[in-house]
Design a protein around this ligand. Structure first.
Ligand SMILES: Cc1ncc(COP(=O)(O)O)c(C=O)c1O
Length: 415
């Protein structure tokens, strides 16, 4: 079996066993070089026209990662006031923040408007609410291009069955509402879904959004959304997302649009996962093995509270066994179900997976955990959230978020 940990030298000169002992498990470990590499790759998606990557920080809002995005020249999309506040903490310039909320109060909108952050409205009602409260302002609208994409019905955010965005048929009404409140629609955006590896649905959605753009004569920005996939099955040889192919496919589409529209507005993409997923692993410890009714279980401390994706979407994460700080790929293999320490039957990281026969005390290393990993952590069963550390480009290791403490968990009680 291959080992991504060895092939990519993910830990550099750090020893994962020592990291686990020093910081405890479960532990999120990031790699700065991989994060920067993926951000640079997506920054090359559109080269001929003005273009910005909006890093979608819902995937991972650790301030150390936001700082890397800032240094790499990326912008950010924020989904909530809390995310805007995190960006403020790292001094992200307001003109590089795009606020794309869903079903929020005008008070939450006000937090962005007061800071001159561009707001995208994702329904006729939200547009009306925005217009009543902030007449005369510039804003964006989120359009459903009618094409969805993604790895699971729960992450497809366009097409027929979705709560997101304004339908193409409602564009006329959106313009009416904007006129009523003297709003200037200067941006349109979309997000078709998350984790697709094939480019065709994205290109189709871009074409549809560009067609819709013609209803808006003075656009300053057109945001095509994110969703670019991550090879979660890399141990089986799955290849990278074909970013260059997407670049090549988009260029003629943009050429045609710019010719007809008369000028090139700022084009944006909005990826979260692509930027950060491969930049982190989770280290966990094996504490128990057992066999129940013919099923072999590997009991670890990486529960669904630490990585929610498998229980939420049946998501696959490659898992390696580490022994004495090295990938353990030798010896016999067994079919095993990897579980955590949470009181739920659904607390499974992997089901019936062929893995090297491991023993108590080994580490598991869960790959591609940088996106929707820590940002979806929770404290069920009163388990504090884990620490996050980063292997820096110079090989050193830095704590980028301390482990939550029991005191943190108690802090909100009033009795
Ligand atoms: C509006 C919007 N933009 C961007 C993203 C980022 O998607 P991904 O992390 O798959 O690139 C999402 C994800 O849900 C989203 O809802």
């Amino acid at each position: 079996m291959r080992s991504f940990v060895e092939e990519s030298r993910f830990f550099g000169k750090q020893n994962p066993e020592e990291l686990a002992r020093t910081y405890g498990t479960p532990l999120y470990v990031y790699n700065e070089e991989i994060l920067r590499d993926r951000m640079r790759t997506v920054a090359g998606l559109i080269t001929k026209y003005p273009y910005t990557v909006n890093y979608s920080m819902k995937a991972n809002s650790n301030t150390a990662i936001l700082k890397i995005a800032l240094e790499e020249g990326l912008s950010c999309d924020a989904m909530s006031e809390g995310e805007i506040r995190m960006l403020e903490r790292v001094h992200f310039p307001y003109e590089r923040i795009f606020y794309v909320p869903n079903n929020v109060s005008d008070t939450e909108m006000e937090y962005a408007v007061e800071r001159n952050i561009m707001v995208s409205l994702d329904s006729l009602d939200q547009l009306d609410l925005f217009g009543k409260r902030f007449p005369g302002r510039e804003c964006s609208v989120r359009i459903n291009p009618g094409v969805g994409a993604g790895h699971h019905e729960k992450v497809i955010t366009a097409g027929k069955h979705t709560k997101f965005a304004i339908s193409m048929e409602d564009i006329g009404e959106a313009k009416e509402i904007a006129k009523r409140h003297d709003l200037k629609i200067v941006g349109i955006n979309q997000h078709v879904g998350s984790l697709f590896m094939e480019i065709d649905p994205y290109v189709a959605a871009v074409e549809n959004l560009l067609a819709a753009s013609k209803h808006f004569p003075d656009l300053k920005l057109i945001d095509f959304g994110g969703g670019f996939g991550t090879p979660y099955h890399k141990l089986d040889g799955e290849g990278n997302f074909p970013m260059q192919d997407l670049h090549d496919a988009l260029e003629p589409v943009l050429d045609d649009f710019v010719k007809e529209y008369g000028y090139a507005p700022l084009f944006k993409s909005e990826p979260g996962r692509f930027c950060v997923a491969e930049g982190a692993v989770i280290l966990g410890r094996v504490y128990a093995k057992k066999s129940n009714a013919g099923v072999n279980y590997l009991g670890t401390d990486v529960g669904m509270n630490v990585l929610a994706r498998p229980s939420l979407y049946d998501a696959w994460h490659d898992i390696e066994i580490l022994r004495n700080g090295k990938a353990y790929t030798d010896g016999e293999y067994e079919k095993i179900t990897v579980v955590g320490n949470i009181c739920e039957s659904g607390d499974k990281l992997a089901t019936d997976r062929m893995m090297p026969v491991s023993q108590n005390g080994d580490l598991i290393c869960v790959l591609d955990a940088g996106a929707y990993g820590y940002s979806m952590c929770y404290t069920y069963n009163a388990r504090p959230r884990p620490a996050e550390v980063m292997i820096m480009a110079d090989g050193s290791c830095r704590v980028i978020r301390r482990k939550e403490t029991f005191e943190d968990l108690m802090a909100l009680f009033t009795d």
